[in-house]
Design a binder for this molecule. Sequence first.
Ligand SMILES: [Zn+2]
Length: 293
Amino acid sequence: MIQSPIPWPNGARCACAITFDMDADSLIHIARPEDSFDRVYPISMGRYGPTVAMPRILETYRRLGLKQSFFIPGWCLDTYPDVVDAILKGGHEIGHHGWIHEDPITTKGDEQEVAFERAMDAHKRHCGAAPVGYRAPVYNVTQQVIDLLIKHNFRYDSSLMADDIPYEMQTSNGSLYEMPVHWGTDDWPPFAHYDEIGYMMPVRGPSAGLAGFWEEFEAQYEAGGFFMLIVHPFLTGRLARWRLVEQWLEKTLDTRDVWFAPLREIADHLDGLKADGFTPRIEQLPYYAGPQS
Ligand SMILES: [Zn+2]
């Protein structure tokens, strides 16, 4: 069972979102700023995302009539504007994902605020509006980030793990929804191998690496919950992996009663339910005022 199950539109049994974090080569530039510009191999691995995988992913979504959410660092918006245009043309959402994938745990205070605002400016320039959703690089949300999201009227975060389904986070300054993530539905553990940024992982075969995701879906479907993938174009957008995701999408759309939506539409839906008297599960933040011992 799940607490406070959310009634989905048109009686759908489960809400689904395949969310992509289009980090491209920002990962190597933030990790090795002194010489990243001349590390051609990791640059090429990251560039595969916007240049090769994204057209493939967007074509699948166009063919299947899906609108989804993409989280993109501001630096990537500036560096790959053509793919940003293609995403927007497809009717998809682009959320805030830091400036150049800086980790909020190590980028605090003024430095965090400057990076956050710089990314806001890039969103406004490329997307014509401020983003309403945020996913922290490496999921590392801090209270400062939550306060910045509330200050800038964000409607949701998608970096935290306190429930299986969307919930609400309340602070003394305001509230926002959480569209919860988990490593079990993230493609980094099965597919990333990136020595330069500290990941030496045993890369799984396409079907083995994706199998856990589909088990997560079955449990959420049975419970009437929320199934979200957190995946990367340069990993899951590769030919053999995306072929299997595409087949799963086709089968699921054909045979299951699911609602695929960008996360901002799930936030809209929650707003509507709340106006009708529904209360999502609530987490009060900050969790702690200071060090615990
Ligand atoms: Zn990322």
